[in-house]
Design a protein around this ligand. Structure first.
Ligand code: THU
Length: 129
């Protein structure tokens, strides 16, 4: 149920470590078995080392053995709600393009499939020679 996921994403958004951008992001990723994994963005004084909330949540899922994923909620204070960056789309694609992606902002939400956000994705099959 996505109301619970939105709550989880909003809660972890408060943990974001983002002293440089001050742009808080929280992500809650639901596996097909119902487990929920969360992540927030973590920035560095060496800016390029920043980790996005979505990839943090994905790492938590994979570390727990969850690779079959149903949906991800990304919570920001942006309006319209901010969609996942290209790097996060690509890493999420590793585990399936059917993932539902829900971006929530203060006043509205947007929904896509990952396939819609990453058309003609580079994938495992792309490595076939
Ligand atoms: N950020 C995310 O956490 N996820 C995204 O999909 C896009 C951007 C973070 C990185 C950085 O800490 C801040 O938002 C501003 O770019």
């Amino acid at each position: 149920m996505s109301a619970e996921l939105v709550r989880a994403a909003r809660a972890v958004q408060q943990q974001a470590y983002c002293p440089y951008s001050k742009f808080r992001v929280g992500a809650a990723l639901e596996a097909t078995d119902g487990r929920v994994f969360v992540g927030c963005n973590v920035e560095s004084a060496s800016y390029g080392l920043t980790i996005c909330a979505e990839r943090m949540a994905l790492g938590a899922a994979v570390a727990a053995g969850a690779r079959a994923l149903r949906r991800i909620v990304v919570a920001t204070d942006a309006e319209p709600p901010a969609s996942p960056c290209g790097a996060c789309r690509q890493l999420l694609a590793e585990f399936g393009l059917d993932l539902e992606v829900i971006a929530v902002g203060p006043r509205s939400e947007r929904r896509w499939t990952l396939a819609a956000l990453l058309p003609d994705a580079f994938a495992k099959a792309s490595l076939d020679r």
